[in-house]
Write a protein that binds this ligand. Sequence first.
Ligand code: HEC
Ligand code: HEC
Ligand code: HEC
Ligand code: HEC
Length: 232
Amino acid sequence: MRLFLYPSSLGLALLSTLVLGGPADKKDVQGDKKQPVATYMGAKSCKKCHSDQYKSWKKTTMAKSFEVLLPGKAEEAKKKAGLDLKKDYTKDKTCLPCHTTGYGKPGGYAIPPEGDSSAAKKLQKKATAMQGVQCEACHGPGSLSSKYKKKHEKYKWSDLVDKKLTDGVKFPDKENCLECHNDKSPTVKKGYVFDYDKRKDEGMHKHPKMDFKHGCPHTHTVSKKKKKKKKK
Ligand code: HEC
Ligand code: HEC
Ligand code: HEC
Ligand code: HEC
Protein backbone atom coordinates (compact mmCIF):
# COMPACT_ATOMS: atom_id res chain seq x y z
CA MET A 1 0.00 0.00 0.00
CA ARG A 2 2.72 2.44 0.91
CA LEU A 3 3.97 2.13 -2.62
CA PHE A 4 0.85 3.80 -3.87
CA LEU A 5 0.65 6.48 -1.26
CA TYR A 6 4.08 7.90 -2.01
CA PRO A 7 4.67 7.13 -5.66
CA SER A 8 6.45 10.41 -6.29
CA SER A 9 9.58 9.29 -4.52
CA LEU A 10 12.00 7.94 -7.07
CA GLY A 11 13.20 5.13 -4.87
CA LEU A 12 9.74 3.82 -4.28
CA ALA A 13 8.74 4.34 -7.89
CA LEU A 14 11.71 2.24 -8.97
CA LEU A 15 10.95 -0.30 -6.30
CA SER A 16 7.35 -0.58 -7.40
CA THR A 17 8.51 -1.13 -10.97
CA LEU A 18 10.90 -3.81 -9.87
CA VAL A 19 8.50 -5.52 -7.52
CA LEU A 20 5.34 -5.23 -9.58
CA GLY A 21 6.66 -4.88 -13.10
CA GLY A 22 6.11 -8.50 -14.12
CA PRO A 23 4.13 -9.59 -17.15
CA ALA A 24 0.97 -10.92 -15.49
CA ASP A 25 -1.06 -10.86 -12.31
CA LYS A 26 1.08 -11.13 -9.23
CA LYS A 27 0.59 -11.71 -5.57
CA ASP A 28 0.06 -8.52 -3.66
CA VAL A 29 3.12 -7.45 -1.70
CA GLN A 30 0.98 -7.70 1.38
CA GLY A 31 -0.37 -11.19 1.02
CA ASP A 32 -2.86 -13.27 -0.84
CA LYS A 33 -4.89 -10.86 -2.97
CA LYS A 34 -3.83 -10.67 -6.58
CA GLN A 35 -2.37 -7.34 -7.56
CA PRO A 36 -3.13 -6.61 -11.20
CA VAL A 37 -0.17 -5.26 -13.16
CA ALA A 38 -0.68 -2.24 -15.41
CA THR A 39 0.66 -2.27 -18.96
CA TYR A 40 1.60 0.57 -21.33
CA MET A 41 -1.09 1.59 -23.83
CA GLY A 42 0.30 4.47 -25.89
CA ALA A 43 -0.74 8.12 -26.13
CA LYS A 44 -3.57 7.48 -28.60
CA SER A 45 -5.44 5.64 -25.87
CA CYS A 46 -5.39 8.77 -23.69
CA LYS A 47 -6.32 11.12 -26.53
CA LYS A 48 -10.06 10.52 -26.55
CA CYS A 49 -10.47 11.77 -23.00
CA HIS A 50 -7.54 14.21 -22.76
CA SER A 51 -7.47 15.82 -26.18
CA ASP A 52 -6.19 19.20 -24.90
CA GLN A 53 -3.19 17.64 -23.23
CA TYR A 54 -2.67 15.37 -26.23
CA LYS A 55 -2.69 18.19 -28.75
CA SER A 56 -0.22 20.33 -26.87
CA TRP A 57 2.00 17.35 -26.02
CA LYS A 58 2.15 16.42 -29.73
CA LYS A 59 3.90 19.72 -30.38
CA THR A 60 6.67 19.12 -27.86
CA THR A 61 10.05 17.74 -28.87
CA MET A 62 9.48 14.85 -26.47
CA ALA A 63 6.71 13.53 -28.69
CA LYS A 64 9.22 13.33 -31.54
CA SER A 65 12.26 12.26 -29.59
CA PHE A 66 12.48 8.85 -31.26
CA GLU A 67 13.19 10.31 -34.70
CA VAL A 68 16.36 12.06 -33.52
CA LEU A 69 17.91 8.59 -33.16
CA LEU A 70 17.74 8.04 -36.94
CA PRO A 71 20.73 8.79 -39.16
CA GLY A 72 20.45 12.21 -40.76
CA LYS A 73 18.47 13.71 -37.86
CA ALA A 74 19.67 16.20 -35.22
CA GLU A 75 23.12 16.11 -36.79
CA GLU A 76 24.40 19.17 -35.03
CA ALA A 77 23.59 17.80 -31.58
CA LYS A 78 25.12 14.45 -32.49
CA LYS A 79 28.29 16.02 -33.83
CA LYS A 80 28.71 18.05 -30.67
CA ALA A 81 28.24 14.92 -28.54
CA GLY A 82 30.72 12.91 -30.61
CA LEU A 83 28.00 10.50 -31.79
CA ASP A 84 28.18 8.64 -35.11
CA LEU A 85 26.17 10.57 -37.70
CA LYS A 86 25.68 7.51 -39.90
CA LYS A 87 24.56 5.12 -37.19
CA ASP A 88 20.94 4.08 -36.73
CA TYR A 89 20.53 4.48 -32.98
CA THR A 90 16.92 3.30 -32.99
CA LYS A 91 18.15 -0.20 -32.20
CA ASP A 92 20.70 0.89 -29.60
CA LYS A 93 19.66 -0.33 -26.18
CA THR A 94 21.58 2.42 -24.43
CA CYS A 95 19.47 5.15 -26.06
CA LEU A 96 16.00 3.62 -26.02
CA PRO A 97 15.09 3.90 -22.31
CA CYS A 98 15.05 7.70 -22.57
CA HIS A 99 13.76 8.09 -26.13
CA THR A 100 10.79 5.71 -25.99
CA THR A 101 7.95 4.91 -23.58
CA GLY A 102 8.01 1.98 -21.17
CA TYR A 103 11.12 0.45 -22.73
CA GLY A 104 11.45 -3.19 -21.68
CA LYS A 105 8.31 -3.10 -19.54
CA PRO A 106 4.97 -4.86 -20.16
CA GLY A 107 3.30 -3.21 -23.16
CA GLY A 108 6.16 -0.72 -23.51
CA TYR A 109 8.59 -0.21 -26.37
CA ALA A 110 10.48 -3.28 -27.57
CA ILE A 111 12.83 -3.41 -30.56
CA PRO A 112 10.60 -4.98 -33.26
CA PRO A 113 11.69 -7.97 -35.33
CA GLU A 114 12.42 -7.52 -39.07
CA GLY A 115 10.31 -9.14 -41.75
CA ASP A 116 6.72 -9.12 -42.94
CA SER A 117 5.14 -12.07 -41.23
CA SER A 118 1.91 -11.06 -39.54
CA ALA A 119 3.46 -11.60 -36.11
CA ALA A 120 6.38 -9.31 -36.99
CA LYS A 121 4.03 -6.69 -38.39
CA LYS A 122 2.00 -6.67 -35.21
CA LEU A 123 5.09 -6.08 -33.10
CA GLN A 124 6.30 -3.37 -35.48
CA LYS A 125 2.99 -1.57 -35.15
CA LYS A 126 3.06 -1.76 -31.38
CA ALA A 127 6.66 -0.49 -31.33
CA THR A 128 5.72 2.48 -33.52
CA ALA A 129 2.95 3.33 -31.09
CA MET A 130 5.43 3.48 -28.21
CA GLN A 131 8.10 5.70 -29.79
CA GLY A 132 9.09 8.95 -28.11
CA VAL A 133 8.40 10.25 -24.63
CA GLN A 134 4.66 9.85 -24.25
CA CYS A 135 2.07 10.40 -21.53
CA GLU A 136 2.88 7.17 -19.73
CA ALA A 137 6.62 7.92 -19.53
CA CYS A 138 5.64 10.58 -17.00
CA HIS A 139 2.27 9.35 -15.70
CA GLY A 140 2.97 5.62 -15.57
CA PRO A 141 1.30 2.75 -17.44
CA GLY A 142 -2.41 3.37 -17.94
CA SER A 143 -4.16 0.10 -18.76
CA LEU A 144 -5.85 -0.47 -15.39
CA SER A 145 -6.93 3.10 -14.66
CA SER A 146 -8.05 3.78 -18.27
CA LYS A 147 -10.30 0.75 -18.29
CA TYR A 148 -11.91 1.88 -15.05
CA LYS A 149 -12.24 5.51 -16.16
CA LYS A 150 -14.03 4.40 -19.33
CA LYS A 151 -16.84 2.96 -17.25
CA HIS A 152 -16.82 5.56 -14.46
CA GLU A 153 -16.70 9.02 -15.90
CA LYS A 154 -16.47 10.75 -12.54
CA TYR A 155 -14.11 8.40 -10.85
CA LYS A 156 -12.38 9.25 -7.59
CA TRP A 157 -8.74 8.59 -6.85
CA SER A 158 -9.85 6.55 -3.84
CA ASP A 159 -11.83 4.23 -6.16
CA LEU A 160 -8.63 3.42 -8.02
CA VAL A 161 -6.82 2.77 -4.75
CA ASP A 162 -9.62 0.60 -3.35
CA LYS A 163 -9.82 -1.46 -6.51
CA LYS A 164 -6.04 -1.83 -6.70
CA LEU A 165 -5.81 -0.08 -10.06
CA THR A 166 -2.89 2.19 -9.26
CA ASP A 167 -0.01 -0.08 -10.22
CA GLY A 168 2.75 2.05 -11.74
CA VAL A 169 0.80 5.34 -11.52
CA LYS A 170 3.13 8.29 -11.05
CA PHE A 171 2.47 11.90 -10.18
CA PRO A 172 5.11 13.47 -12.37
CA ASP A 173 7.58 15.56 -10.44
CA LYS A 174 11.19 16.54 -10.65
CA GLU A 175 12.47 13.07 -9.74
CA ASN A 176 10.47 11.66 -12.62
CA CYS A 177 12.07 14.03 -15.12
CA LEU A 178 15.52 13.25 -13.75
CA GLU A 179 15.12 9.62 -14.80
CA CYS A 180 15.98 10.91 -18.30
CA HIS A 181 17.21 14.46 -17.83
CA ASN A 182 20.54 13.54 -16.32
CA ASP A 183 24.15 13.43 -17.41
CA LYS A 184 23.96 9.86 -18.69
CA SER A 185 22.39 11.49 -21.73
CA PRO A 186 25.22 11.81 -24.28
CA THR A 187 24.12 15.21 -25.56
CA VAL A 188 24.47 17.01 -22.23
CA LYS A 189 27.63 17.94 -20.37
CA LYS A 190 28.80 16.48 -17.07
CA GLY A 191 27.37 18.43 -14.16
CA TYR A 192 24.20 19.22 -16.13
CA VAL A 193 21.50 20.69 -13.92
CA PHE A 194 17.83 20.29 -14.85
CA ASP A 195 15.74 23.36 -14.03
CA TYR A 196 12.41 21.73 -13.26
CA ASP A 197 10.20 24.78 -12.74
CA LYS A 198 11.38 26.47 -15.87
CA ARG A 199 11.25 23.45 -18.12
CA LYS A 200 7.92 22.22 -16.86
CA ASP A 201 6.44 25.39 -18.26
CA GLU A 202 8.24 25.59 -21.57
CA GLY A 203 8.38 22.19 -23.21
CA MET A 204 5.52 20.27 -21.66
CA HIS A 205 1.85 19.90 -22.43
CA LYS A 206 -0.55 22.59 -21.25
CA HIS A 207 -2.35 22.03 -17.99
CA PRO A 208 -5.97 22.98 -18.33
CA LYS A 209 -8.21 23.01 -15.33
CA MET A 210 -9.55 19.64 -14.27
CA ASP A 211 -13.29 19.19 -14.79
CA PHE A 212 -14.07 17.90 -11.32
CA LYS A 213 -12.35 17.13 -8.04
CA HIS A 214 -11.29 13.52 -8.14
CA GLY A 215 -9.62 13.63 -4.77
CA CYS A 216 -6.08 12.66 -5.68
CA PRO A 217 -3.40 13.33 -3.06
CA HIS A 218 -1.51 16.00 -5.04
CA THR A 219 -2.18 19.42 -6.55
CA HIS A 220 -2.67 20.37 -10.18
CA THR A 221 -1.30 23.66 -11.36
CA VAL A 222 -3.02 25.38 -14.25
CA SER A 223 -0.74 26.76 -16.99
CA LYS A 224 -0.13 30.46 -16.56
CA LYS A 225 -0.03 30.92 -20.31
CA LYS A 226 -3.46 29.46 -20.81
CA LYS A 227 -5.07 31.40 -17.98
CA LYS A 228 -3.81 34.76 -19.25
CA LYS A 229 -4.75 34.03 -22.86
CA LYS A 230 -1.25 34.35 -24.32
CA LYS A 231 -0.58 37.79 -22.87
CA LYS A 232 3.17 38.20 -22.73
C1 HEC B 1 19.55 9.11 -19.59
C2 HEC B 1 18.63 9.36 -20.68
C3 HEC B 1 19.16 9.45 -22.09
C4 HEC B 1 19.92 8.54 -22.78
C5 HEC B 1 20.48 7.22 -22.24
C6 HEC B 1 20.06 9.05 -24.11
N1 HEC B 1 19.41 10.26 -24.24
FE1 HEC B 1 19.37 11.43 -25.87
N2 HEC B 1 18.46 12.90 -24.80
C7 HEC B 1 18.00 12.76 -23.50
C8 HEC B 1 17.43 14.02 -23.06
C9 HEC B 1 16.82 14.27 -21.70
C10 HEC B 1 17.58 14.93 -24.12
C11 HEC B 1 17.15 16.38 -24.13
C12 HEC B 1 18.21 17.16 -23.43
C13 HEC B 1 17.69 18.50 -23.01
O1 HEC B 1 17.23 19.27 -23.86
O2 HEC B 1 17.75 18.76 -21.81
C14 HEC B 1 18.22 14.19 -25.20
C15 HEC B 1 18.55 14.73 -26.44
C16 HEC B 1 19.13 14.02 -27.48
C17 HEC B 1 19.42 14.56 -28.78
C18 HEC B 1 19.19 15.99 -29.21
C19 HEC B 1 17.91 16.11 -29.93
C20 HEC B 1 17.71 17.47 -30.56
O3 HEC B 1 16.51 17.77 -30.78
O4 HEC B 1 18.65 18.21 -30.79
C21 HEC B 1 19.97 13.54 -29.53
C22 HEC B 1 20.44 13.60 -30.97
C23 HEC B 1 20.03 12.38 -28.69
N3 HEC B 1 19.51 12.70 -27.45
C24 HEC B 1 20.54 11.15 -29.09
C25 HEC B 1 20.79 10.12 -28.22
C26 HEC B 1 21.49 8.90 -28.60
C27 HEC B 1 22.00 8.60 -30.00
C28 HEC B 1 21.57 8.13 -27.48
C29 HEC B 1 22.24 6.79 -27.32
C30 HEC B 1 23.61 6.70 -27.75
C31 HEC B 1 20.90 8.86 -26.40
N4 HEC B 1 20.44 10.05 -26.89
C32 HEC B 1 20.77 8.39 -25.12
C33 HEC B 1 18.09 11.64 -22.72
C34 HEC B 1 18.85 10.52 -23.02
C1 HEC C 1 11.50 8.91 -20.68
C2 HEC C 1 12.47 10.00 -20.66
C3 HEC C 1 12.03 11.40 -20.31
C4 HEC C 1 11.29 11.82 -19.23
C5 HEC C 1 10.69 10.98 -18.10
C6 HEC C 1 11.21 13.26 -19.33
N1 HEC C 1 11.86 13.70 -20.47
FE1 HEC C 1 11.95 15.61 -21.15
N2 HEC C 1 12.96 14.99 -22.81
C7 HEC C 1 13.38 13.69 -23.05
C8 HEC C 1 14.07 13.63 -24.33
C9 HEC C 1 14.68 12.37 -24.97
C10 HEC C 1 14.05 14.93 -24.85
C11 HEC C 1 14.67 15.40 -26.15
C12 HEC C 1 13.68 15.52 -27.23
C13 HEC C 1 14.33 15.91 -28.53
O1 HEC C 1 14.98 16.94 -28.60
O2 HEC C 1 14.17 15.16 -29.48
C14 HEC C 1 13.35 15.77 -23.86
C15 HEC C 1 13.09 17.12 -24.02
C16 HEC C 1 12.48 17.93 -23.06
C17 HEC C 1 12.23 19.33 -23.21
C18 HEC C 1 12.46 20.15 -24.45
C19 HEC C 1 13.84 20.54 -24.61
C20 HEC C 1 14.00 21.45 -25.78
O3 HEC C 1 15.06 22.00 -25.86
O4 HEC C 1 13.08 21.58 -26.60
C21 HEC C 1 11.68 19.79 -22.03
C22 HEC C 1 11.30 21.21 -21.68
C23 HEC C 1 11.55 18.64 -21.17
N3 HEC C 1 12.03 17.52 -21.83
C24 HEC C 1 10.98 18.67 -19.91
C25 HEC C 1 10.70 17.55 -19.12
C26 HEC C 1 10.01 17.57 -17.85
C27 HEC C 1 9.56 18.83 -17.15
C28 HEC C 1 9.91 16.28 -17.43
C29 HEC C 1 9.29 15.74 -16.18
C30 HEC C 1 7.95 16.17 -15.82
C31 HEC C 1 10.51 15.44 -18.47
N4 HEC C 1 10.98 16.25 -19.47
C32 HEC C 1 10.56 14.06 -18.42
C33 HEC C 1 13.18 12.60 -22.22
C34 HEC C 1 12.41 12.60 -21.08
C1 HEC D 1 7.30 14.92 -19.78
C2 HEC D 1 6.31 14.47 -18.84
C3 HEC D 1 4.86 14.43 -19.22
C4 HEC D 1 4.32 13.93 -20.37
C5 HEC D 1 5.02 13.32 -21.56
C6 HEC D 1 2.89 14.07 -20.21
N1 HEC D 1 2.59 14.65 -19.02
FE1 HEC D 1 0.75 15.02 -18.26
N2 HEC D 1 1.56 15.98 -16.68
C7 HEC D 1 2.91 16.09 -16.43
C8 HEC D 1 3.11 16.90 -15.25
C9 HEC D 1 4.47 17.29 -14.65
C10 HEC D 1 1.83 17.24 -14.78
C11 HEC D 1 1.44 18.01 -13.53
C12 HEC D 1 1.60 19.46 -13.73
C13 HEC D 1 1.19 20.24 -12.55
O1 HEC D 1 0.01 20.22 -12.24
O2 HEC D 1 2.02 20.88 -11.95
C14 HEC D 1 0.88 16.64 -15.70
C15 HEC D 1 -0.51 16.75 -15.57
C16 HEC D 1 -1.41 16.04 -16.35
C17 HEC D 1 -2.84 15.98 -16.13
C18 HEC D 1 -3.58 16.62 -14.99
C19 HEC D 1 -4.27 17.84 -15.45
C20 HEC D 1 -3.35 18.83 -15.95
O3 HEC D 1 -3.38 19.06 -17.16
O4 HEC D 1 -2.58 19.37 -15.12
C21 HEC D 1 -3.38 15.22 -17.12
C22 HEC D 1 -4.84 14.87 -17.33
C23 HEC D 1 -2.28 14.80 -17.98
N3 HEC D 1 -1.10 15.31 -17.49
C24 HEC D 1 -2.43 14.02 -19.08
C25 HEC D 1 -1.40 13.76 -19.99
C26 HEC D 1 -1.59 13.10 -21.28
C27 HEC D 1 -2.91 12.60 -21.80
C28 HEC D 1 -0.36 13.04 -21.87
C29 HEC D 1 -0.01 12.51 -23.26
C30 HEC D 1 -0.78 13.01 -24.37
C31 HEC D 1 0.61 13.62 -20.94
N4 HEC D 1 -0.07 14.05 -19.83
C32 HEC D 1 1.96 13.68 -21.17
C33 HEC D 1 3.91 15.52 -17.15
C34 HEC D 1 3.77 14.90 -18.39
C1 HEC E 1 -12.24 7.13 -20.57
C2 HEC E 1 -11.61 8.42 -20.40
C3 HEC E 1 -10.16 8.45 -19.94
C4 HEC E 1 -9.08 7.80 -20.49
C5 HEC E 1 -9.05 6.79 -21.64
C6 HEC E 1 -7.92 8.32 -19.79
N1 HEC E 1 -8.31 9.21 -18.84
FE1 HEC E 1 -7.11 10.23 -17.57
N2 HEC E 1 -8.71 11.06 -16.66
C7 HEC E 1 -10.01 10.92 -17.07
C8 HEC E 1 -10.88 11.75 -16.24
C9 HEC E 1 -12.39 11.88 -16.39
C10 HEC E 1 -10.03 12.41 -15.30
C11 HEC E 1 -10.44 13.44 -14.28
C12 HEC E 1 -10.47 14.65 -15.18
C13 HEC E 1 -10.95 15.95 -14.68
O1 HEC E 1 -11.19 16.13 -13.50
O2 HEC E 1 -11.02 16.85 -15.55
C14 HEC E 1 -8.68 11.96 -15.61
C15 HEC E 1 -7.56 12.37 -14.93
C16 HEC E 1 -6.26 12.11 -15.33
C17 HEC E 1 -5.09 12.63 -14.68
C18 HEC E 1 -5.05 13.52 -13.48
C19 HEC E 1 -5.44 12.74 -12.29
C20 HEC E 1 -4.34 12.40 -11.41
O3 HEC E 1 -4.59 11.50 -10.58
O4 HEC E 1 -3.26 12.98 -11.47
C21 HEC E 1 -4.00 12.14 -15.35
C22 HEC E 1 -2.55 12.42 -15.06
C23 HEC E 1 -4.50 11.30 -16.42
N3 HEC E 1 -5.87 11.30 -16.37
C24 HEC E 1 -3.71 10.67 -17.32
C25 HEC E 1 -4.18 9.78 -18.28
C26 HEC E 1 -3.32 9.02 -19.17
C27 HEC E 1 -1.80 9.11 -19.20
C28 HEC E 1 -4.14 8.25 -19.96
C29 HEC E 1 -3.75 7.26 -21.02
C30 HEC E 1 -2.90 6.16 -20.59
C31 HEC E 1 -5.50 8.53 -19.53
N4 HEC E 1 -5.49 9.46 -18.53
C32 HEC E 1 -6.62 7.93 -20.08
C33 HEC E 1 -10.45 10.14 -18.10
C34 HEC E 1 -9.67 9.32 -18.90
